[in-house]
Design a protein around this ligand. Structure first.
Ligand SMILES: Cc1ncc(COP(=O)(O)O)c(C=O)c1O
Length: 402
């Protein structure tokens, strides 16, 4: 098809690389290839039973109509309750908005605020969609290079340097996809100090992985520590990861009423409202029994401990054990310049990912997708058996490189 029909907007972005990597796995499996999938960006658990029951009940009592654009009253109450219970944050009903996933909220928040030439500050390694969503809304992503020696976290100095009069948003993601970094209270307070000096900058706090923190690590919301920033911070969160509900497409934003109203105005012209059934399910998720979530967290902890143990002895890889989310972001610089069995020299993480997939049936995502090379992202959102087999393949693949 001729690209002449397409908008500059769509021509200026790439398809989500993590979704593309996962789609390739599905395609190769359909061809009969045995692939271990370390690209997975979602929980492998089924949605807990009490959430399914709530959705089923909603369908049967006729909750099958359009709802208020920003979400039903029951859902907005449940979101406020969740923010109070888990994050110690007080939000009013007009300060929260439900959407079809956290991504949908991020898109609409940026679309509601960005003008041509505005800047959106993100730091590497970043979640793949932030820069392209900024571009889709006429803004320029300002990319701060990450630094492994400080745990891939944004430093106050780097933030200060990146802010210009055109800065509209800075995006903070903790726990982080793909690095697994979780910001401590001290680190968040230092960033808050910088943000205080720049009142023209909005803050997006993407907390979608908040339930997944390991060992003694605690997730804290920026605005819990810096309440004065609540009036210009949008928290993005949702049901996808923590409640194993990716397919239900239910996320939310919490922020100042003027921003929530603007996002709502836009949503009224795009999606009208999230699925009524998903909203009923999310009420049970956010306000109902939290015990299944604690159970899932324990399983992720075991998986995280196991993958760390299996990856440690692999020559050529180095990594910081993740404190949160369900990914290991491994440095593969020790493998660059080595030759495969076929004599091909591995010169980039993208090439390494292709080698692992083609020659060893192991699917991973390259650091390039997250703006930082040479790294690979390994997801451990799968059973211990899959983790064992994937790490066995990875070890063998690395050993064969000369
Ligand atoms: C960092 C981060 N933010 C937001 C999202 C969006 O999740 P969803 O749209 O399923 O709520 C994801 C999904 O992978 C993510 O990794």
């Amino acid at each position: 098809m001729s690209t002449a029909f397409l908008s500059n907007r769509v021509l200026g972005i790439e398809p989500s690389p993590s979704i593309a990597a996962n789609a390739l796995v599905t395609e190769l499996r359909a061809q009969g290839r045995d692939i271990i999938n370390f690209t997975v960006g979602e929980p492998d658990f089924d949605t807990p039973q009490h959430i399914l029951a709530a959705a089923s009940a909603a369908m049967h009592i006729g909750d099958t109509h359009y709802t208020a654009t920003t979400g039903t009253l029951a859902l907005r109450q449940a979101i406020c309750h969740k923010l109070e219970r888990d994050n110690g944050l007080a939000y009013g009903l007009d300060e929260v908005v439900a959407g079809c996933g956290g991504k949908h909220i991020i898109y609409h928040a940026l679309a509601a605020t960005l003008n041509l030439g505005d800047e959106v500050i993100v730091h590497t390694p970043y979640w793949v969609s932030y820069p392209d969503i900024a571009r889709l809304n006429d803004a320029t992503p300002v990319i701060i290079p990450g630094d492994e020696t400080i745990g891939f976290k944004l430093s106050p100095e780097a933030l200060e340097q990146a802010i210009t009069p055109r800065s509209k948003w800075v995006i903070l993601n903790t726990p982080n996809n793909p690095s697994g970094a979780v910001y401590s209270e001290v680190e968040l307070l230092a960033l808050a100090e910088v943000l205080r000096r720049h009142p023209h900058v909005l803050v997006m706090a993407d907390e979608i992985y908040e339930q997944f923190v390991y060992g003694d690590t605690k997730h804290v919301s920026l605005t819990r520590l810096a309440p004065d920033l609540q009036s210009r911070t949008l928290i993005v969160n949702g049901a996808s990861k923590g409640y194993a509900m990716t397919g239900w497409r239910l996320g939310f934003g919490a922020g100042p009423a003027w921003l929530i109203a603007a996002i709502g105005k836009l949503l009224s012209q795009t999606t009208t409202c999230p699925s009524s059934v998903s909203q009923a399910a999310a009420v049970a998720a956010f306000a109902g029994d939290q015990a299944p979530i604690a159970g899932m967290r324990e399983v992720y902890q075991q998986r995280r401990d196991r993958i760390v143990e299996l990856l440690r002895p692999i020559n050529g890889l180095s990594f910081i054990p993740p404190d949160g989310a369900f990914y290991v972001f491994a440095n593969v610089s020790g493998l660059m310049g080595k030759a495969t069995e076929n004599g091909e020299i591995i010169q980039s993480d993208t090439q390494l990912v292709a080698y692992l997939l083609k020659e060893h049936g192991l699917a991973t995502v390259s650091g390039a997708a997250y703006g930082m090379s040479p790294y690979i992202r390994l997801s451990f959102a799968s059973s211990l058996d899959v983790i064992e087999e994937g790490c066995r393949r990875l070890k063998e693949a690395c050993q064969r490189l000369r």
